[in-house]
Design a protein around this ligand. Structure first.
Ligand SMILES: Cc1cc2nc3c(=O)[nH]c(=O)nc-3n(C[C@H](O)[C@H](O)[C@H](O)COP(=O)(O)OP(=O)(O)OC[C@H]3O[C@@H](n4cnc5c(N)ncnc54)[C@H](O)[C@@H]3O)c2cc1C
Length: 455
């Protein structure tokens, strides 16, 4: 089939304005803000309905054309840049907020709904509710984030964002639509069980198992006041004990340890960012008192900042890039990973060595997930986009960090292709076999984001 015939079929499905193989249109889809090399894209299509997604997938399956689903395209690790060309399915037009269930506390949304859109909707119409969303730019999609085990403000209390998915509507490689979760049985998208839980099949799968068209995500009560209790840590070995004592209190909503060796006086220190919430300033004050005591007992120092800094840290979502970009030509990418809490002190020291080896200012954050059950450890490497050698240095630093994380018993998160290969090398052979079997059944023609999770 010629390129023109493929384009004509895509245009027939989504309309002339929403399909393209124009080089100018494809340029932006061939790269992302991280250090991944640009790769060619053949077509982009922007469906508006699940039926359009089905038609595109059926067509692509018939002609064996790869499909890559894309939300905001902001993972930084090249996950939506096609490895083997094909169609980028840009989900932005599927942007309906279908239902906010205030009683069972969930939002039923289409896959293209961005965090900015959901935040604005809730702030305006449901000010007592909040959604789980990351510190990423507001153009990211709730689906793209929840599907990759993202994390954010509520993760210390309630777990990562994949854990907050109640159910999914998915278009499989054969074009069939499947619902997973309670929505397979009931009109209420309120829970994943009590049936075999298949949501996990589609999380961190990077689009290899199907195209998610709708999801239900949990919502949470939104307290009226939010505050920040900052601490200074000198000895990183105290972090696990300190975190255990802090999470025991049930007080923090979000808990992070940040390492940023700029300005210079921060060298050698960790900053504890502990977010608290409540329904009055009095409540925040009494919680702060308890936390200060725990800081003192665990060798950490309470730190008071001028009010203008609190505003920056309390911004939601926080513009994290402000803290990460130190270089001219500003770009940054981080290896996120999931690590056991006990390995955080070692991870901090050794990722710092990697930064220094490549002449990059050490910048890290560890976000506590689910009361210390898991830690999202991110080592961020800035680079100058206009300098290929600088980008290569960042690539090497990222790769070494992936190796480090695996050595420490952790798993790189939203891993780029090279990182996925390292994970697969370490993977139990029977896990690989199971994954391969499931993929071959669901996608025998290998059209779903091929090149990812190649077991
Ligand atoms: C400054 C900055 C700060 C950040 N801070 C955080 C943070 O605090 N927490 C955090 O979790 N992340 C953070 N991130 C990382 C990232 O931006 C987010 O995780 C983001 O939510 C990813 O969503 P997206 O819509 O951009 O996903 P995309 O990059 O579009 O997609 C992610 C993956 O999901 C797949 N996918 C997307 N949509 C679908 C679909 N409908 N069906 C099937 N598969 C699909 C894609 O193929 C891809 O493999 C940050 C990024 C930046 C740039």
């Amino acid at each position: 089939m010629s390129n023109a015939e493929v384009l004509s079929k895509l245009e027939e499905i989504v309309g002339k304005d929403f399909a393209s193989n124009n080089q100018e249109d494809l340029f932006i889809y061939s790269q992302d803000p991280g250090v991944s090399q640009p790769r060619p894209v053949d077509y982009v299509a922007m469906p508006e309905t699940v039926e359009e997604v089905q038609q595109i997938v059926r067509f692509a399956n018939d002609k064996k054309i790869p499909i890559v689903p894309m939300g905001g395209g902001m993972t930084l690790s090249g996950l939506v840049i096609p490895i083997k060309g094909g169609i980028v399915l840009d989900m932005k037009r599927m942007d309906k907020i279908i239902e906010i269930n205030e009683t069972s506390r969930y939002a039923l949304i289409e896959a293209g709904v961005t965090s900015g859109q959901l935040i604005a909707h809730l702030r305006e119409k449901y000010p007592d509710l909040q959604a789980p969303y990351p510190d990423a730019p507001p153009s990211i999609t709730i689906a793209g984030n929840a599907l990759i085990h993202g994390s954010g403000y509520l993760s210390q209390k309630y777990g990562d964002h994949s854990a907050m998915i109640n159910g999914l509507e998915v278009v499989l490689a054969n074009g069939e639509v499947v619902k997973v979760g309670s929505c397979a049985i009931s009109n209420y998208w309120f829970t994943r069980g009590p049936i075999p839980d298949l949501v996990g099949l589609f999380t961190s799968a990077f689009g290899t198992m199907g195209i998610v068209t709708k999801l239900s995500i949990k919502l949470f009560p939104k307290p009226k006041f939010r505050g920040l209790v900052i601490g200074l840590i000198k000895d990183f070995n105290t972090i696990p004990g300190l975190v255990l004592n802090l999470t025991k209190t049930d007080i923090p909503e979000d808990l992070m340890v940040a390492i940023a060796e700029k300005p210079d006086f921060m060298k050698g220190y960790g900053i504890l960012l502990l977010y608290i919430t409540g329904d009055s300033q009095d409540e925040l004050d009494s919680k702060t008192k308890i936390l200060k005591k725990i800081y003192r007992k665990n060798d950490a120092r309470f730190m008071k900042l001028p009010p203008k800094y609190y505003d920056v840290f309390l911004e939601q979502p926080q513009f994290a890039a402000k803290a990460a970009d130190f270089r001219k030509g500003g770009g940054f990418e981080y290896v996120g990973s999931n690590l056991p809490l006990e390995k955080i002190p070692q991870a901090i020291e050794r990722a710092r060595d990697i930064s220094l080896k490549y002449g990059i200012v050490p910048t890290q954050v560890s976000r506590i997930i689910g009361r210390g059950h898991n830690v999202m450890f991110a080592a961020s490497y800035s680079f100058n986009r206009a300098d290929p050698e600088d980008m290569e240095r960042a690539r090497k630093a990222l790769h070494e960090t992936n190796e480090l994380v695996l050595k420490l018993g952790g798993i790189p998160w939203k891993a780029e292709i090279a990182g996925q290969k390292l994970i697969i090398e370490k993977m139990d052979p029977n896990y690989k076999m199971l994954l391969k079997t499931i993929r071959n059944i669901l996608d025998p023609n290998g059209i779903m984001n091929p090149g990812n999770w190649e077991v």
